[in-house]
Design a protein around this ligand. Structure first.
Ligand code: SF4
Length: 253
């Protein structure tokens, strides 16, 4: 395996894979090996996100809703009564690119797309709607949480903020922002769940450091090794049949 690939843009999913298993990162983000996916797994999330995009733009959602499946309508009925949906929107489906310098002096870009940036009192919230999937088990440490908060603070107040569609004047201190997961289940009984994560300068500095370290490691990586302990860290990983972890486990018996 070789690292003769350029990683000019690295997403939160790539950072997640890298932190979890370098071999998984290799298949997913170097070789871009994707098995065919069933579109039905993404339908609910896609449809609800589309409705939220309409709502953020002040467009009429009724036509979309009149043709929507029951699970979409149930999710929407709960979401539209939740206060986060009605906070003043500063950006919706906000795509960011944050530059980071590696130890080799190379410029790389961390990228992502934030569902919504909204103002809540004196704070700016990064909002992520969880429809088809649940909130990460450890949301504070999750790469999506960390990278999105980092990106918002880094981009706010820069000349490129407006070009990127971020409607915020001036820089933000990390203490002014928070990440809010809003989880909605497509049933009548389960209430909307809101998980809120505070941010601060120490977390911001730590994220910058670890992002730079990972990007610097990526620049010279050649092995993309399996976990040293031979234990697979992701039981849902789709590369099990080809990665070699099962042969490794058998060899250690
Ligand atoms: S199955 Fe496990 S060990 Fe193999 S690539 Fe995936 S995460 Fe890594």
């Amino acid at each position: 395996m070789s690292s003769s690939h350029e990683f000019s843009q690295v997403s939160s999913d790539a950072f997640k894979s890298w932190s979890r298993c370098k071999r998984q990162f290799y298949y997913k983000h170097v070789k871009r090996l994707q098995w065919p996916a069933d579109i039905q797994h993404f339908r609910l999330g896609r449809d609800v996100h589309k409705l939220l995009d309409y709502q953020a733009r002040g467009l009429d959602c009724d036509l979309l809703l009149s043709n929507a499946p029951r699970d979409v309508r149930l999710s929407w009925q709960k979401l539209i009564t939740h206060p986060t949906v009605h906070l003043p929107v500063l950006a919706n489906e906000w795509a960011f690119h944050v530059p980071l310098q590696t130890e080799q002096g190379k410029m790389e870009w961390a990228t992502g797309r934030i569902d919504r940036v909204a103002r809540s009192g004196n704070e700016i919230w990064v909002i992520d709607w969880k429809t088809g999937t649940g909130v990460p088990r450890n949301p504070e440490a999750d790469w999506q949480t960390r990278l999105y908060l980092y990106a918002l603070v880094e981009v706010a107040g820069t000349p490129s903020a407006a070009d990127l569609g971020l409607n915020i004047d001036g820089p933000l201190r990390p203490e002014q922002v928070r990440f809010v997961y809003v989880e909605v289940k497509a049933d009548e009984a389960t209430p909307v769940r809101e998980i809120s994560i505070e941010y601060n300068q120490a977390k911001h500095d730590a994220t910058r450091q670890v992002l730079q370290t990972i990007l610097s490691q990526l620049a010279v990586e050649e092995d993309f090794a399996l976990p040293d302990n031979g234990a697979c860290p992701d039981r849902y990983c789709s590369y099990r049949s080809i990665c070699g972890i099962e042969r490794m486990s058998l060899a250690s018996v």
